[in-house]
Design a protein around this ligand. Structure first.
Ligand SMILES: Nc1nc2c(c(=O)[nH]1)N[C@H]1C(S)=C(S)[C@@H](COP(=O)(O)OP(=O)(O)OC[C@H]3O[C@@H](n4cnc5c(=O)[nH]c(N)nc54)[C@H](O)[C@@H]3O)O[C@H]1N2
Ligand SMILES: Nc1nc2c(c(=O)[nH]1)N[C@H]1C(S)=C(S)[C@@H](COP(=O)(O)OP(=O)(O)OC[C@H]3O[C@@H](n4cnc5c(=O)[nH]c(N)nc54)[C@H](O)[C@@H]3O)O[C@H]1N2
Ligand code: SF4
Ligand SMILES: [Mo]
Length: 727
């Protein structure tokens, strides 16, 4: 265990710093607004990573259009991208630091931060503090946050909203592929003849990827596995309306038929995989009749889909939150990987077991955020890994924690138990997006110290903070982000942040100096300097991008997919992993992993007979709506009210008509909204978008035991009509 770090002079320099250096901090974060009339930058919402052209007047972006020549989006963007400047220009942007809600200068806010966390560390040790970060700042900011918090200040615990989002894929990839490495390139969507989307509402959540799939010239079969008849399912050639959390049984049934009917690519399995016998033995116990019953589908759906997959020339599998947010999520993701491996669908154009990420820089957070792992997919527990990082960064090795962080849910548990007393929340809106938010609000108030760093001071989470630090947003700072297909793209400052708001990068540097540990990060003076260090840290790792040494080079290339090691290249076009059939495990083989399906830990009851699914509601809504909710255009593209989807059979049984006001209740809370009655959900199910804060008043904190990712798609609820006058 690393002893709490107490740098000499902590707290002593905040005032001095503010007096001598001003809010921009040490003069090292100059405004870098671009002189040319148009410049391009990747979008700051979803993980597709579209490029947008920013059109500038007097150095400030006044308009955005999709970049025509960028390999990702080729001239398209969704409404969020087109309108991304509006939330930045909102009149209610946070422009000044706050201490207990009172506007203060940076020096006072920095001092309060140092006193708050410093006091807790001194008195209660490193297990009393934690940070929660994000997939929505630049990789350089993530790297600096981890460094300042853990190496500089002595934090051990820090996790991200990516735990709610990507932890399952990370765990599945690591075990199956040997590294957290989504293997695909977007062109695979266009090159498959069978595309299987599991728990992914691509048309809403990744609309530009949906557009690319629609360009597939092979008359591809598009199969959507989703309990709901989503926009994506409606636009597919087949919809398999699986039961919630029924995917693992379905996948075992598919494997059963593939094995039974000799559709296994025995050469691929023999040369490149281990674990086949165990998986086959398990799959043999799941004949279609058994699988169909648990998965809530018909045996002929299983038989037909298995043959489609087994006979396909190039089959690609794609999954997102319908898989990742389940109670057996990692094993389900791995069953998808198994199916791809067993049928030899990896490493060729149009194939792959492909997890799509969510946030613009979720992929960056997986490599650089210093939360679940040490830089570039290293491990905190590995002495050699710590030595490597310490050597490259010039840090005393003992300052790097030698034990892993608590996961998000464990940090919340820690607050409940009184162990965690101080929390630093950066670019995530915990009080809205975490399950069982009714309890969470109380827990945030229980903290001795809460610091929040955001664009807006009125978020659900910021409302609980003692110290609020106003951040610059996407478009107001430089750095890089990594999209779902591993493409490192550039974001640029095309607007000045309002008031005294600062890029997170600058805030972190100010905090480090105020703390007294700034000297450790002397070499990390600019985002580009950090990017170069990241390149060095990545060298020799699967994510090696040491060949890209400047932002200019990245810009000229139109983004680069990792790996891009020094001495290789050029890296034009689209590239996939595993073309040589070798995994990142030492033996070069892919691991087939499987487990028996287990019943949901939160089954329906007589009191709560419906299954509530939650997820993305519209292309124009982003998560907790702090950004998209500030755009009049995007608001007009969203439903005017919170709507719960119900099937007509349930609606008529409950006496609810379309548009009626209803109460939705679970064991964790209740909300009021309007009913939308139609054929989107199956009988026995309900759906609510996560964009309204009330939704997570209903959900529970059950997590997958391996990834600790919450199961947000399976809450037992009851719905009842609210009759006017009878409340
Ligand atoms: N417009 C918009 N786009 C976004 C976002 C946003 O907030 N708004 N967020 C981004 C982020 S961070 C993420 S992670 C992605 C998420 O992207 P998606 O994962 O595509 O979105 P979700 O709606 O969360 O969930 C996908 C589907 O899972 C289904 N589902 C529920 N339970 C199950 C199940 O047991 N099995 C199966 N097979 N399916 C199930 C739901 O019905 C839903 O249609 O979207 C990204 N893109
Ligand atoms: N019930 C249910 N709950 C869910 C989900 C679900 O499907 N169902 N999905 C989960 C998933 S996949 C995700 S990813 C999470 C998302 O949950 P959150 O991360 O809580 O959602 P966001 O609204 O994206 O919050 C990001 C915050 O960062 C701020 N911000 C934006 N840019 C910057 C920046 O550059 N710097 C700083 N300092 N702040 C910035 C924004 O204003 C906003 O307050 O929700 C999870 N919660
Ligand atoms: S699809 Fe995603 S990356 Fe592309 S413009 Fe829309 S939000 Fe931005
Ligand atoms: Mo996400």
């Amino acid at each position: 265990m690393t002893a709490p770090v107490r740098p000499p002079g902590r707290g002593g320099r905040a005032g001095e710093l503010a007096r001598t250096a001003g809010p921009f901090g040490l003069g090292q974060i100059p405004s870098r607004l671009h002189p040319e009339a148009t410049t391009r930058l990747v979008c700051g919402y979803c993980s597709t990573g579209c490029s947008l052209d920013a059109h500038l007047r007097d150095g400030q972006a006044v308009n955005l259009t999709p970049t025509r020549t960028y390999p990702v989006n080729e001239g398209s963007a969704c409404p969020k991208g087109w309108d991304a400047l509006t939330p930045l220009a909102a009149a209610d942007r946070a422009t000044t630091p706050l201490v207990h809600g009172r506007p203060v200068g940076w020096d006072e806010a920095l001092g309060a931060f140092v006193d708050g966390f410093g006091g807790l560390l001194d008195e209660h040790g490193p297990d009393s503090v934690a940070f929660l970060s994000t997939g929505q700042i630049t990789s350089e900011e993530m790297a600096l946050l981890g460094a300042v918090a853990k190496v500089g200040m002595g934090f051990v615990h820090g996790d991200g909203n990516t735990r709610q989002c990507m932890a399952t894929s990370v765990a599945a990839h690591k075990q199956s592929y040997g590294f957290d490495a989504p293997p695909y390139t977007y062109a695979d969507l266009e090159e498959s003849d069978v595309v299987v989307l599991v728990g992914s509402n691509l048309a809403v959540a990744h609309p530009i990827l949906w557009e690319r799939l629609k360009r597939n010239p092979n008359r591809a079969e598009v199969v959507v596995v989703d309990p709901r008849r989503t926009e994506t399912a409606a636009g597919a050639t087949r919809h398999v309306a699986v039961a919630p959390n029924g995917d693992l049984a379905l996948l075992l049934g598919l494997l059963h038929v593939v094995i039974r009917d000799d559709l296994v690519d025995t050469a691929f399995v023999g040369e490149h995989c281990t674990g086949y016998q165990d998986v086959a033995a398990l799959a043999r116990r799941w004949p279609p009749v058994r699988a169909a019953e648990v998965a809530g589908v018909t045996t002929s759906e299983i038989e037909e889909l298995a043959h489609l997959i087994g006979r396909g020339r190039a089959v690609s599998f794609w999954w997102t939150m319908g898989v990742n947010q389940g109670h057996q999520a990692v094993r389900t993701a791995q069953a998808i990987i198994d199916l791809a491996l067993v049928t030899g669908n990896l490493g060729r154009p149009g194939t792959g077991a492909n997890s799509i990420t969510g946030q613009c820089n979720a992929m960056g957070s997986r490599l650089w955020s210093m939360t679940a792992s040490l830089y570039a997919g290293r491990s905190f527990e590995d002495e050699a890994h710590r030595q490597e990082v310490a050597g490259i960064c010039g840090w005393p090795v003992e300052r790097i924690p030698s034990r892993p962080s608590m996961a998000y849910d464990q940090i919340i548990d820690g607050i409940r138990s009184g162990q965690v007393r101080g929390l630093w929340v950066l670019a995530t809106n915990t009080a809205h997006s975490w399950g069982d938010r009714g309890e969470l609000a109380g827990l945030l108030d229980k903290l001795d110290f809460l610091a929040v760093q955001d664009l807006y001071a009125d978020t659900d989470t910021a409302g609980h903070a003692q110290v609020f630090l106003p951040a610059a947003g996407w478009g107001e700072k430089d750095g890089t982000m990594i999209n779902s297909e591993r493409r490192i793209g550039l974001v640029k400052q095309v607007r000045r942040p309002p008031g005294s708001a600062l890029p997170d990068f600058a805030i972190l540097r100010l905090l480090a100096h105020a703390w007294g540990c700034g000297d450790l990060f002397d070499r990390w003076a600019t985002p580009e300097a950090v990017f170069r260090t990241m390149g060095t840290l990545s060298a020799g790792r699967p994510c090696d991008h040491s060949g890209v040494t400047s932002y200019r080079q990245l810009d000229d290339l139109g983004g680069v997919q990792w790996p891009a090691p020094a001495g290789t290249g050029p890296w034009e076009g689209e590239r996939r992993l595993f073309e040589d059939g070798r995994s990142y495990h030492l033996d070069g083989r892919f691991r087939l992993v499987a487990a028996e399906p287990e019943p949901s830990p939160t089954p329906q009851t007589e009191t709560f007979p419906l299954t509530l699914l939650t997820g993305r509601g519209s292309t124009a809504s982003w998560h907790t709506e702090t950004r998209t909710g500030r755009s009049p255009v995007l608001r007009r593209l969203q439903p005017a009210h919170l709507l719960v989807d119900l099937h007509p059979v349930d609606a008529s049984r409950l006496g609810v008509a379309d548009g009626d006001e209803v109460e939705v209740a679970s064991a964790w809370g209740s909300l009021r909204c309007r009913a939308r009655v139609g054929g989107v959900v199956q009988p026995g199910h309900a759906f609510l978008p996560m964009h309204d804060a009330a939704t997570n008043g209903l959900t529970h904190p059950v997590v997958d035991p391996i990834s600790r990712q919450p199961s947000y798609k399976d809450t037992p609820v009851a719905v009842r009509p609210i009759r006017p006058g009878r409340r």
